[in-house]
Design a protein around this ligand. Structure first.
Ligand SMILES: C[S@@+](CC[C@H](N)C(=O)[O-])C[C@H]1O[C@@H](n2cnc3c(N)ncnc32)[C@H](O)[C@@H]1O
Length: 229
């Protein structure tokens, strides 16, 4: 007698999908997955993109307030929140509400109570006045339609002595996907537009393999001494 076959040789599409979903953790994890946010985090945390060195170069201090504009999956938001500690504050700012709820859940899981999410419009960071010591934008500026105007608006959100850190894929003459899809900006353009908006270049860091990394401060207004006599 032929043995009874219980398992089909060719599993149905639905059983494949079920296995895939179970293995990926969607059914097991309490947290709803967001593949795009996870992909952003995978890239941001990849040692090839030097996340620890980025953190080090930013010279963050305990108690500082940071805005991670275009926070994506929130890899840097959470690293900042751990670094500035309970007395500090981190705003995750994005135009995509799903990314923000992904970050909220991740912060809750890590018991990071100093993370606040802000849903924003394309042309406005929507941050409270004088609320942050550092604005961080990684792979975001190329999305902004009118960068000099946006950079000027950002100044309202900066505390005295506040800084803006910008990381962008370099625009190169070679063929690359970032260039092809317009997801890159030349460092010269960033510096020119930031200077137009009234910032000065503090640091031009060259350790990232594919990206420029510049840090700006607000241009100090010279104090005019009254002429005596
Ligand atoms: C390429 S991802 C970078 C994510 C994250 N900064 C990182 O390095 O992993 C760009 C992010 O910017 C957000 N974004 C695009 N335009 C924006 C805008 N005008 N204001 C705020 N966020 C924006 C997108 O929704 C997305 O989350």
């Amino acid at each position: 007698m032929k043995p009874q076959r219980n398992t089909p040789i060719f599993p149905s599409f639905f059983s494949l999908l079920k296995d895939n979903v179970q293995n990926s953790g969607v059914l097991n994890s309490k947290r709803k997955r967001n593949l795009k946010a996870e992909l952003f985090n995978k890239k941001a945390s990849d040692p090839i993109n030097e996340p620890d060195e980025i953190l080090h170069a930013l010279e963050l201090k305990t108690g500082q307030a940071i805005a991670d504009i275009g926070s994506g999956g929130g890899y840097f938001t959470l690293r900042f929140a751990e670094t500035v500690g309970v007395k500090g504050h981190v705003f995750a700012v994005d135009t995509n509400p799903d990314f923000l709820s992904f970050i909220q859940n991740a912060a809750k899981e890590k018991e990071l109570l100093n993370v606040e999410t802000i849903l924003t419009k394309k042309d406005n960071p929507n941050l409270p006045e004088k609320s942050v010591d550092l604005v961080f934008m990684r792979n975001v500026c190329h999305h902004l339609a009118n960068r000099p105007e946006y950079f000027k608006r950002l100044k309202n959100a900066l505390e005295t002595g506040g800084r803006v850190a910008i990381i962008e894929y370099r625009r190169t003459s070679g063929l690359s996907l970032h260039n092809l899809f317009g997801h890159s900006l030349s460092k010269e353009t960033i510096i020119k537009e930031m200077q137009e908006a009234g910032y000065q270049l503090e640091k031009d860091l060259e350790f990232l393999p594919q990206q420029s990394f510049t840090i700006f401060s607000q241009e100090s207004v010279p104090i005019l001494k009254e002429a005596s006599g």
